[in-house]
Structures are given as C-alpha cells and as structure tokens.
Design a protein around this ligand. Structure first.
Ligand SMILES: Nc1ncnc2c1ncn2[C@@H]1O[C@H](COP(=O)(O)OP(=O)(O)O)[C@@H](O)[C@H]1O
Ligand SMILES: [Mg+2]
Length: 212
C-alpha cells in the first residue's frame, strides 16, 4: 500500500514535459485547453535526494505580462496571472519558424540573383561574400528589423520580389505597426526580442510575440 501510494505520489509530481523553455521561462501544455499554455519561471529539478525537488526557481516576469496586456495586438493573450504561473494563449511557433526559413531562403535568392546589389548593401554584404550561405546562417532578428525600417526601403522593395507575397506582407505589416506603436518604449533596451523562438501565430493567423 505504501509502495503504491509513493508510486502514485511520484507520478503525480513528476514534472510534465515542457512545450518549450528559454533562459527565464518554461511553458507547459494546458491539458484541459489545447489553445492555452502555462508559463512559469524556469527552474531546475533536483532528484539527488530520491524525490523530485524544484530548485533555482526563477520568478515569473510580471513586467512582461503587463506589456502583453497593454498591447494585445502584438502579444499573446493573457488569461490569468498568479504569483507562480500565468495562463497564456498558445501560439503556433512551428509555423512562424517555417515562415522565417522561407524568408531566409528568399534572402539567399536575392543575394544570388543580384550579387551587385547585395555586395553594396551593408546588411547583405556578409551574406553576399559567404560562398556556402544556408538559411541557418541568416539572423532573422537582424534581418526583420532592417526589413521594416524605412531607411532600408530599397532592400524591402527588392526582397518583395523574392519572397512569397503573403509572408512578406504579414511580416512587413506586423513589424511596421510595432515600430510605429510606441511598444518599444516599454521594452528592455527599447527593442523587441525578435527571435525565431519568440513569435508565433494565433488561431486567426495573426503574428504575435510570446516573449519580450
Ligand atoms: N504562448 C506560447 N505559445 C506557444 N509556445 C510558447 C508560448 N510561450 C512560451 N512558449 C514556448 O516556451 C519557450 C520559452 O518561453 P519564453 O517566454 O520565450 O521564455 P524565455 O523568457 O526564457 O525566453 C518559447 O521559446 C516557446 O517555445
Ligand atoms: Mg524567449
């Protein structure tokens, strides 16, 4: 009986498999609602004493959740906040990653088809001189930022030719709106943490950040 109890206990407190983890947070699936996730501060699990003990638990970033709620157009919806966790709209991160890769491939096509333009562009130059350029070599964050800033309008216009139109428009509209929204005044170092792991699509296909 004791054995069974301890087994049940262990199964119960056995940590769930996260759907993703970064430097500060871990996201867990919400079993009851497939379109939501549970986000907590990142922690480690110590099993050295025979049981499962959570250690080094980082706090949930409340400032982040504040910004999410203030600017729902750009961030995943927040359903609930407690001291230990938050319930947040689940975004399709794989679809965003796949689109980011398509963007990177478009950039490679541009670099190969218009080498002169690429070599004369400070953003594209490092790519233009890389003879074995692969999509993985392209820094999406850097790239998206330059794409949407008006001073790189020429690059944006060129790139339009090499990218699937729907992806280009979606990314362009989102980051342009973000740039004009004033959100960045609330963000660390006044810039969004554009990264292939920090964005996703909601059910309606809107692009949104899941992290700042
Ligand atoms: N709303 C969400 N929808 C889907 N996946 C998420 C969501 N929030 C977090 N994740 C997953 O968890 C990972 C870590 O979350 P994130 O908030 O980026 O943590 P950190 O602050 O440590 O970077 C993400 O890279 C992503 O894989
Ligand atoms: Mg992150």
């Amino acid at each position: 009986m004791i054995k069974l109890l301890s087994l049940l206990n262990e199964l119960n407190i056995k940590p769930k498999t996260p759907i993703g983890s970064g430097m500060y947070h871990t996201a867990f699936p919400f079993e009851k609602f497939k379109d939501k996730i549970i986000k907590t501060g990142k922690g480690d699990v110590d099993i050295s004493s025979g049981g499962v003990k959570k250690i080094n638990q980082k706090p949930l970033n409340k400032k982040m959740l504040d910004i999410f709620q203030r600017f729902p157009k750009f961030f995943a919806h927040v359903y609930k906040i407690t001291d230990k966790y938050a319930v947040i709209q689940k975004l399709d991160t794989e679809a965003f990653k796949s689109d980011s890769f398509k963007l990177a491939r478009g950039l490679i096509r541009l670099v190969m088809s218009e080498p002169r333009f690429a070599k004369n562009n400070t953003l594209l130059y490092p790519y233009a001189i890389n003879p074995s350029l692969e999509p993985e070599d392209i820094d999406i964050s850097y790239f998206i930022y330059f794409l949407t800033f008006s001073r790189n309008y020429r690059l944006g216009k060129k790139l339009r030719k090499y990218l699937p139109r729907d992806i280009f428009d979606k990314f362009y509209d989102f980051f342009k709106a973000l740039d004009q929204s004033g959100v960045k005044n609330y963000l660390p170092r006044n810039r969004a943490d554009v990264h292939e792991n920090n964005l996703g699509y909601d059910k309606e296909g809107n692009l949104k950040f899941l992290d700042i």
